[in-house]
Design a binder for this molecule. Structure first.
Ligand code: FES
Length: 223
């Protein structure tokens, strides 16, 4: 199969973007778009900059927008695309650093804003083990922020990427920390979430964020 792969590129320290297209041929339709870009770099000496580590949906580094739909590059396979023209661009709600690499620091800064960490030993709670296990699968890829209609950079609403970790930490912390987390959650997540739930379909780990939301919202009512 012959493909035309177009990348929306940007040079370092330059805000101008430009498109570059490459002809690419393979019979291996199971090839991921991450591997396609690595091939293109080798074939054309294209030097397309991108972030990746695991190549198996575990590190969350390779997020991009592919034919207008945000996905992990290591999740998207050639066979998923009916047309032979594939357009790849960096995530749009993050500032681009170079080519497909974006500044993802907001994901980590939000965790600091919400105080999402444990200061002491985890207090394991048998009741919600399944929920907590699922919540710990979040890889902070940022795709849920990309599709959330209520999230914009620097807004008061910190976005759905924090729901998983909030679930996890709330289930393992002491009562005082829990109160603080619920207060933060109410101000910075609950009041901004419009329940569009676009984050559910996009999550590459299939985390049921609606279940997690319901669980935290229940705690909120008890408070
Ligand atoms: S390279 Fe790790 S999630 Fe894609």
């Amino acid at each position: 199969m012959k493909y035309k792969i177009t990348i929306l590129r940007q040079k370092l320290n330059d805000i101008n973007k430009y498109e570059e297209s490459f002809d690419y041929e393979t019979d291996d339709l199971n090839k991921t778009l991450l591997n396609v870009i690595l091939d293109i770099n080798e074939l054309y000496d294209a030097k397309i900059e991108l972030e990746y580590s695991c190549n198996q949906k575990k590190c969350g580094a390779c997020s991009a927008v592919i034919n207008n739909y945000p996905r992990l590059l290591c999740q998207a396979k050639l066979k998923d695309y009916k047309k032979n023209n594939i357009y790849i661009e960096p995530l749009r709600k993050f500032n681009t650093i170079v080519d497909l690499i974006v500044d993802r620091s907001i994901l980590y800064n939000n965790l600091k804003t919400l105080n999402l960490w444990l200061n002491e030993e985890a207090k394991l709670n048998d009741k919600n083990n399944d929920l907590v296990y699922r919540s710990s699968e979040c890889i902070l890829c940022g795709l849920c922020l990309e599709v959330c209609p209520n999230y914009i950079q620097n807004s008061k609403f910190l976005g759905p990427s924090n729901i998983s970790l909030t679930t996890k930490i709330i289930s393992e912390c002491d009562i005082e920390t829990k109160k603080e987390l619920i207060k933060n959650y109410k101000e910075k997540i609950f009041s901004g979430c419009g329940k569009a739930l676009a984050c559910i379909d996009i999550c590459p780990k299939n985390i049921k964020l609606d279940n997690l939301l319901v669980n935290i919202n229940k705690l909120l009512r008890k408070k």
